[in-house]
Design a protein around this ligand. Sequence first.
Ligand code: DSN
Length: 425
Amino acid sequence: MRDKKIQDLIAAEEKRQREGLELIPSENYVSRDVLNAIGSVFTNKYSEGFPGKRYYGGQINTDKVEQLAIDRAKILFGSDHANVQSHSGAPANEAVYYAWVEPGETIMGMELSHGGHLTHGRPGTMPAKIFNFVRYGMKDVETGEIDYDQMLQTAKKTKPRIIIAGFSSYPRELDYKKFVAIGNEVGAVLMADMAHIAGLIAAKALANPLDAGFQVMTTTTHKTLRGPRGALICSNGTVSNPFQPVDKKLTNLPTLIDRAVFPGIQGGPHMHTIAAKAVTFGEAMKPEFKVYARQVLKNSKKLADELMKRGFKLVTNGTDNHMMVADVKASFGIDGKVAEEVLDKIGLTLNKQIIPDDPLPPYKPSGIRLGTPAITTRGLKEADMTQIAEWMSQAIKHRRDDKILNRLSKEVKEFCLKFPLPSDR
Ligand code: DSN
C-alpha cells in the first residue's frame, strides 16, 4: 500500500489482534477468503435494484454474486426469502419496521438493561421517534427466565404490530414457541433479531426461531456467523417482484422487506460485502463450522464456570450461548469501565456492560460482557478457558500493581502467539 500512514495503522491493528485475546462476544476473525472478497473489485460497482432487475448496466457478475448469497442464506436458515443488501444490523431492523409498521404504531422488544438492543427502541434513536416501543424483560434475573405472562398482558393492552425476540447481552436461550403463541394471540409479526447467535443457529447448535413459527429473522453477518460487517434479513412468505407494490399482508412480507431495504432506506448495495457474505454463508455450510459452533458453546460454559469459581457474579448465573455478563461491582466493588481498562492492559479485550436495572450509568456501568466466538476461531479449547479466567481474576485482584500486570501481559502475549490468526492460514 502506498499510503504509509494507513498501512502502518493496519499493521498495528493486526499486531494488536494477534497479540491479544478478543473476548468481545460480537467480534470474530474472518477467513482469508472473506478478506479477499471484501477487498475485491466489486467495491467499484453500482448495482441498485435486485438480481436481473438493475438500474445500471454491467451487472453480469454482480447478479450472479448476489443470487449466490441469497440462495446460500435461504438454505442456511431454511427461509423462503433472503435480502443480503442490508448494510448493517441497525438498518436491517429499521427496514423490517418500515416494511410493516406505520408511524405511531407499537413494537415490543426486550428491556434494554435486560439485554435488548439499541435498535429495539432506545430513546433518542430514529425508530424510537417514529414508533411506540413497549417492553418485556426477565422475571428472574438469577435464572434469566423471561416474564411471558407480563409479555402477554402488555401485548394484549398495547397491540404491538411486531414482537422482537433478540438481544445483545442476554446469555440464555429464549422460548421461541412462547413468543409465537403470544404473537399469534395479539396478531403481531414475530421478528427474531439473531445478530449475536446467527452462526450458532446456522450450525444448528442453537434453535432456529423460523422453525418455531417466526416470520422474520434479522442478523448481522460479522458476529458468530464470522463474515464481513453487514446484515441479512430472512423471512417467510411469497417472494414476488420487488418493483411492484404489494398489499400489506403477512404473505407479502418478503417483498415488503425488499422494497423497504431498496429503495426504502438504502441506495446502492455494497457488492464487495455481498460477495464476502456469499463466501461466509458457504463457509457456514461446511461440517467444520458445526464443530466450531459447538466448541464456542463448550468454551463459553467452561469460561462461565471458571469465572464463577473465582468469585465473578454472572448475570443469570451462567450461560446457554456464546456470551456472559459479569457484575464486577457486586463481585469486586469496581465498575465495568475500570475492569475493561485493567483487562485491556494485559491484552484481554472485552466491553463494559450495563446489567439488569443497573443503578450505574452506561459509560461506567456495573458489568462487563465477554464471549467465546473469536477465541474459538483462534483455536482455543476448554482447558484454555481456565487460564483466561485465572488471568482475569489475577488482573482485577492486582489492578494497582503494574509489575504483576506487566507479567500477566507478557504471559498473554506469549500464549497468543501460539494461535495464528485465521487470515494467516
Ligand atoms: N454492537 C453490537 C454488540 O456488540 O452487541 C450490537 O450492535
